[in-house]
Design a protein around this ligand. Structure first.
Ligand code: NAP
Length: 691
């Protein structure tokens, strides 16, 4: 029998002893054993901190992002192998797509975040703050990768996505990971990690894998480590109490069971498109991955006068679900992950039966295509009805981690909101309504108890990514029972693995430390206009101070005519009594435009390819006719811009073949009294030397 291997300190290692037997969820055949007996878990954490961490932290965010992209492209070449293994977990092709390609998509998504960051090993976080009247003292925040290891303890339901969605983030942040998938489906995680390691794309020590028990791993965590847990609340709570976690204040991010809900708005009738949208969403949530999704719909709230009609529509929809061998193309729902899960789900449904009754499906039989209900871990979709949702506590507390959901009536929106909160904290809640006021009330009043709220109607139904799908750009997690954790979420997620440090000093010192120009820092005058320099030649702080231009009333009149902006403040005949202005005032955009006229000095072709936009623009003092404006123009920040990968010639866009970077410039618009009348950060694309 194949023995799953653990990847430890740069080697594939077998655990000792008989190990735990792992089975094909569809056929019941034994496929592997897993053991971690005899492994040195302390040595694993040491290795990650000693070898993986320094290797990753010395890479810049761009290098790490490109590494993730390369890894994603590499894994995409092995999809067929992964799908083959995935079927053994009972997953259909659609289920596996979410797990495998969803996971790889997560790597791509995190890789793209690099574009928003400087090419540094750290992040400058948020805005700079001036702390002195004379502009010589300021503060900002930086974030650096923690010096420890990220330990991920994952649930069994998404063996690939569960790992990739987490390591994408810690790797981008610059921390190594130890991944411990749930043992029952760890053979799929192992297959993917084998490919990751074989690709040699990650630096040594960046990833280690445990297939089997985690032993005493958590006893060795230290203050710079981060632990994430996805699984049941009971296990999570037990692990969270580990002494080493408490004593060292180790962040413990928990994603646990969640009694997610969907609400049908009172406005929706069977004639509205939202009716079918509601029914389809529930069917999808109940049957995808055989209901083994942390975000699955467990509670369905319906206006009491529509409950019978919903019951009828739902039963009809569920009856269309073809269940059986996931390799059969007609099959829409596969099996649970194994026999132990089937027993577990049955036990949980029996608990729910204390206050609900089954209105669709059966605990003992299920009609299958091309599969054996005794050998495989198949389970019928089960719809329960609970008539007294305020009295029944089981429906709001017991999670049956399978294709199981409970239908409950509500009287009015206030009741629906109160019922949704009875889950005591969930990952996600959906309201299906075409009425914006219902949507608003539900969102604002229920938000305290849900990590995500989807408002679903006909406007977004086609593009809707689904109640159950956590997206890498948004945070995933929920309060209370759902664990109180937060993961992914674009840069928000990355920050979980970074230490934020407030930084104080003079603007010039801070410019030198963070390599982003801070207002009032010393500029560098090199005698060459910065627009004549290529990307590599530009230095942060390169500065020019322009000639002056006198603003005239005629200029303002002409700009008003040209732009069509005849706002009263720009018209010289306006009576300015009681206004914010003394007299005709120049348009802020006019000053910004003449700023460009002053700092763009050359009509020759130069390395600046184009103006890319404005990040921030503030007008801080009115400019009246007679004012003399000059510009201080400083190179603020440089962001590399990788060439797009052109997969098909028709995707080529003009300029794709030019090597370039993004340069941000600070534009200060200064008047004759030396006061700043406006500030902007503009962006340009600048050619690199290598073409
Ligand atoms: P579980 O039994 O709680 O196991 C979760 C993980 O904890 C597994 O990797 C398990 O490993 C590990 N574990 C158990 N005891 C441990 C110990 N003493 N030390 C270290 N690790 C230990 O949950 P599951 O059955 O895998 O997953 C189903 C549950 O996860 C459901 O309740 C579901 O709601 C929840 N879930 C939540 C989310 C979310 O994002 N909120 C996502 C997916 C799933 P072994 O397999 O080796 O026991």
């Amino acid at each position: 029998m194949y023995r799953l291997q653990n990847y430890i300190a740069g080697e594939w290692v077998n655990g000792a002893g008989d190990g735990q037997n792992l089975f094909n969820a569809v056929t019941g055949e034994e496929i592997a054993t897993a053991s971690t007996k005899g492994l040195d878990f302390k040595a694993m954490t040491d290795y990650a901190r000693r070898v993986g961490n320094p290797a990753l932290r010395k890479m810049t965010f761009h290098e790490r992002g490109n590494m993730l992209k390369a890894l994603a492209m590499h894994l995409r070449k092995h999809l067929d192998e992964f799908y083959k293994v995935s079927y053994q977990t009972g997953a259909t092709k659609a289920d596996s797509w979410v797990d495998i390609e969803g996971g790889i998509g997560n790597l791509f998504s995190n890789a793209s975040l690099r574009r928003r960051l400087s090419n540094e090993t750290f992040i400058v976080d948020g805005e700079s703050i001036n702390l002195g009247k004379n502009n010589t003292f300021m503060g900002t925040h930086i974030m650096v990768p923690k010096e420890g290891v990220a330990i991920h303890i994952n649930a069994f339901n998404f063996p690939v996505w569960g790992m990739l969605e987490k390591i994408a983030v810690n790797l981008l942040a610059g921390m190594p990971a130890i991944v411990k998938p749930a043992t029952i489906t760890s053979y799929l995680t192992e297959a993917v990690v084998k490919e990751i390691i074989a690709s040699k794309i990650l630096p040594e020590g960046a990833l280690q894998l445990i297939c089997g028990s985690a032993g005493d791993l958590l006893n060795h965590v230290m203050s710079q480590d981060v632990v994430t847990f996805t699984g049941s609340a009971i296990t999570g709570l037990m692990l969270k109490k580990t002494n080493a976690i408490l004593e060292n204040n180790v962040p413990f991010n928990m994603e646990a069971d969640s009694l997610n809900s969907i609400v049908l708005g009172e406005d929706v009738t069977p004639e509205n498109p939202e009716w079918d949208i509601f029914i389809k969403e529930i069917r999808r949530e109940m049957t995808l991955k055989c209901g083994q999704r942390c975000t699955g719909v467990r509670r369905i709230f319906v206006p009491e006068n529509k409950i019978e009609a919903v019951e009828k529509s739902l039963k009809a929809a569920l009856a269309q679900t073809v269940i059986g061998n996931p390799l059969n193309e007609k099959v829409r729902m596969g099996s649970l992950a194994g026999e132990s899960q089937r027993e577990e789900v049955k036990t949980q449904v029996k608990k729910l039966l204390a206050s609900s009754q089954i209105i669709y499906g059966s605990l003992d039989s299920v009609q299958l295509v091309d599969a054996d209900a005794v050998k495989g871990a198949f389970f019928s979709p089960i719809l329960l009805m609970n008539d007294k949702p305020f009295e029944a506590k089981e429906a709001h507390e017991v999670e049956a981690f399978g294709p199981v959901s409970t239908l409950m009536p509500y009287k009015n929106l206030d009741d629906a909101i109160a019922l949704s909160k009875m889950g005591k904290g969930s990952l996600v809640s959906t309201i299906v309504t075409a009425d914006y006021s219902i949507a608003k009330k539900y969102v604002i009043e229920a938000a305290t108890h849900h990590g995500r709220i989807l408002v679903l109607n006909n406007e977004c139904a086609k593009e809707n990514t689904g109640h159950g799908s956590p997206l890498p750009m948004l945070t995933h997690g929920g309060p209370g029972r759902a664990g109180g954790g937060e993961e992914m979420g674009g840069l928000r997620g990355v920050k979980h693995y970074l230490q934020r440090t407030a930084l104080q000093g003079s603007p010039t010192t801070i410019t030198e430390v963070v390599n982003v120009y801070q207002q009032y820092a010393n500029g560098k005058s090199t005698g060459k206009h910065p627009f004549e320099k290529h990307f590599e030649e530009l230095q942060i702080g390169d500065q020019i101070v322009t000639e002056k231009r006198t603003i005239t009333s005629e200029d303002i009149d002409r700009f008003a005519d040209l732009s069509g902006d005849h706002f009263y403040a720009h018209i010289k005949t306006t009576d300015f009594t009681g206004t914010m202005f003394e007299q005709q005032v120049a348009h802020g955009y006019f000053i910004m435009s003449i700023a460009a006229g002053l700092f763009v000095d050359s009509y020759e072709l130069n390395p600046v390819l184009l103006n890319y936009g404005i990040d921030e623009l503030r007008f801080t003092k009115p400019v009246y006719p007679g004012a003399e404006i000059h510009i201080r123009f400083t190179c603020k920040e440089k962001l590399p811009n990788d060439k797009r990968v052109i997969e098909k010639p028709e995707d080529f866009k003009r300029g794709d073949d030019i090597e370039k970077g993004i340069v941000k410039w600070l534009v200060e618009m200064i008047d004759e009294t030396n006061e700043i009348t406006g500030v902007a950060t503009i962006l340009t694309m600048v050619k690199t030397l290598k073409q």
